[in-house]
Design a protein around this ligand. Structure first.
Ligand SMILES: [Zn+2]
Ligand SMILES: [Zn+2]
Length: 308
């Protein structure tokens, strides 16, 4: 079986309507057969369902797809991992432009000026949250045409929130959300970052996949907030971390409720404090933003700190 096809070869294989029809047909048959658990489609089943001129032509096209997009078994064809990814992309028509979402008003505070109230719109096909007061960008993420088609208004904001949370959960474990390769995270001094002088975050995480080059950066406090201990801590205080848009956490940086500081060097160690009511959760993180221990403390200095 081939293993040395290049990206040019592989995309060339798909530049054919019949082959794309074959992939769609296998996916539809798998969906129809999901109750019987039959994930393969035989040659004759494919021939019955695809508009192709003769069995030798079908045989040729199947031969071209096999190895890269399809796997051949004794009694039929099924997807390879690449076939699986490609057919979902094609069926969802995610190669199109996302349709316009208009402007969606949403909660959250501006990372830069601290004012409340953000607005979402598509900007060059990306989902972009901008501050209503100062107009500066606060959060940008990919959206797909399928996502925009299936969700609108507040539901689209929720859909972006959950996509982001899913990505962050994987990244925290070192798994790239796009290629499932290894994603490495390091902690950086936020003042060295391009927007460092306009945001109140002192430290940021920078995550990068060496394989597919997926990149993501966020304030260290926000990265720590997705740790299970923080999720539990906030849940007990009436906040659903996982179901809240990350941009809604910006206000905690402005009001000083969430802070990050470096407490050791060589090796570097950081302490993030997340305050809620009279309680504080402290998370200690290493140079790769991995949480090494946590502690909860009751705040005694609440009144002093507020009156400062
Ligand atoms: Zn602003
Ligand atoms: Zn990757």
């Amino acid at each position: 079986m081939e293993t040395d096809r290049t990206a040019d070869d592989v995309f060339g294989l798909l530049a054919d309507g019949i082959r794309l029809d074959i992939l769609r047909t296998v996916a539809r048959a798998q969906q129809e057969n999901r109750k019987t658990g039959v994930a393969k489609l035989s040659f004759s089943d494919i021939y019955d369902r695809v508009d192709v001129d003769g069995t030798s032509k079908l045989s040729y096209h199947l031969g071209e797809l096999t190895g890269t997009f399809l796997r051949k078994h004794e009694n039929g064809y099924a997807f390879t991992h690449a076939g699986e990814q490609m057919v979902r992309f094609v069926l969802a028509e995610n190669y199109r432009h996302p349709s316009d979402i208009g402007t969606i008003e949403t909660d959250g505070a501006c990372l830069h000026c601290g004012e409340t109230g953000l607005r979402a719109a598509l900007h060059d096909q990306y989902f972009l949250l901008q501050c209503r007061a100062c107009d500066r960008p606060n959060f940008s993420y990919t959206v797909t045409p399928a996502q925009v088609q299936a969700h609108d208004g507040a539901a689209l904001i929720d859909a972006v929130t959950w996509t982001l949370v899913g990505d962050l959960v994987k990244m925290r474990q070192g798994v790239c959300p796009d290629c499932a390769g290894r994603i490495d995270t390091e902690v950086l001094d936020a003042s060295d970052q391009p927007v460092g002088d306009t945001v109140p975050a002192s430290f940021a995480t920078s995550s990068e996949c060496q394989q597919c080059l997926r990149f993501m950066s966020l304030p260290l406090t926000h990265a720590a907030a997705y740790h299970p201990e923080s999720v539990a801590f906030h849940w007990e205080h009436g906040v659903d971390i996982m179901g809240t848009g990350m941009w809604e956490f910006h206000r905690y940086l402005h009001d000083g409720e969430w802070t990050a500081e470096q407490i050791e060097t060589d090796p570097d160690e950081y302490r993030v404090a997340l305050r809620r009511d009279a309680a504080t959760l402290r998370l200690y993180l290493d140079e790769n933003a991995a949480v090494t221990r946590t502690e909860r403390v009751q705040r005694r200095d609440r009144r002093d700190r507020r009156s400062r």
